[in-house]
Design a protein around this ligand. Structure first.
Ligand code: SF4
Length: 289
């Protein structure tokens, strides 16, 4: 099994294969199943991602705390009459990300990719771009498997939990995975895909996890659309030939070190940051008494 991005890059180049091809073949070998079975499994996730978007787009139900649940509705309402300054891909990414994140806080069915709090970044970017450019289900699956391989290799080195390494390990990694997916969708080569992931992740190092009232709602829900757009920016840059001066393996090392140096107060304990603001403490009191 490939354990580093350097190994992944070299295996792709020496065998003239794409990242998703190497990933699905290795996974099939590792799990003693066929490549078709790997792809069928990924297809179930892709289908569930689309279901989460569809459910979230038509719901206005608030979360139990009442903090979140109607932002997707607000965004859709505006874009029915007033187009986004950044065009239809932007509109769909933001709508789909909020739809999925809001499904998560309603305890609906989502695909953790890599976690529930960051569940909307990859699907919103992948599906909105695929729709805009009429890309097939096969191409979407290739992109999803590419993203999965990025997340898998990062997780070999760092725990993908806000409680261990802050939100850089949740939304940061999700954005890195989404950048790879979008880059694959738009025809990026192996180096461009790894550069896209590195560019996305290194700009999110040090991102704190300070959820208000200890709930995966604020800032989590709205962080998802921001970082889905961030992922597309990284993919666009990589496709233009812009390179990360720091290779992805080393960015992951830096993420691990940064996570270890971060105060436990900023790693999901809700003891500092946004969670410790006057307003957040009032919300916590209102929610929990
Ligand atoms: S702020 Fe914390 S709980 Fe929210 S998505 Fe990020 S890591 Fe998860």
């Amino acid at each position: 099994m490939v354990n580093t991005f350097k190994q992944l890059h070299d295996e792709c180049i020496s065998n003239n294969k794409k990242i998703f091809e190497v990933a699905q073949e290795n996974m099939a070998k590792y799990a003693d199943i066929t490549v078709d079975e790997v792809r069928n499994f990924a297809n179930k996730s892709l289908f569930a991602m689309k279901e989460a978007i569809n459910s979230g787009m038509v719901s206005k139900e608030l979360s139990l705390s009442g903090m979140c649940g109607q932002d997707c509705y607000k965004v859709q309402k505006r874009y029915k009459t007033e187009r986004s300054m950044l065009g239809s891909v932007f509109e769909h990414v933001v709508e789909y990300a909020l739809a999925t994140s809001e499904e998560n806080i309603r305890m609906g069915k989502i695909v953790a990719c890599p976690t529930a709090g960051s569940c909307a970044i990859l699907p919103s970017a992948l599906i909105a771009v695929a729709q805009e450019f009429n890309l097939s289900e096969r191409e979407q699956l290739n992109a999803l498997i590419t993203a999965g391989e990025i997340g898998r290799i990062i997780s070999m080195k760092v725990s993908l939990a806000g409680a261990v390494a802050g939100c850089q390990a949740e939304c940061g990694v999700a954005s890195s995975m989404a950048a790879a997916a979008v880059c694959q969708l738009k025809g990026g080569n192996v180096s461009q895909i790894l550069n896209a992931s590195a560019l996305a992740l290194k700009n999110l190092l040090g991102l704190t996890c300070d959820p208000v009232a200890g709930l995966v709602e604020v800032p989590c829900v709205k962080r998802n659309p921001f970082l889905a757009i961030h992922a597309i920016t990284a993919a666009e840059l990589a496709l233009c030939g812009v390179e990360s001066k720091i290779p992805l393996d080393e960015v992951v090392d830096a993420m691990e070190q940064t996570g270890a140096l971060m105060s436990p107060n900023l790693k999901e304990s809700s003891l500092a940051g946004l969670a410790a603001t006057k307003t957040a403490l009032k919300i916590k009191k209102d929610v929990f008494g």
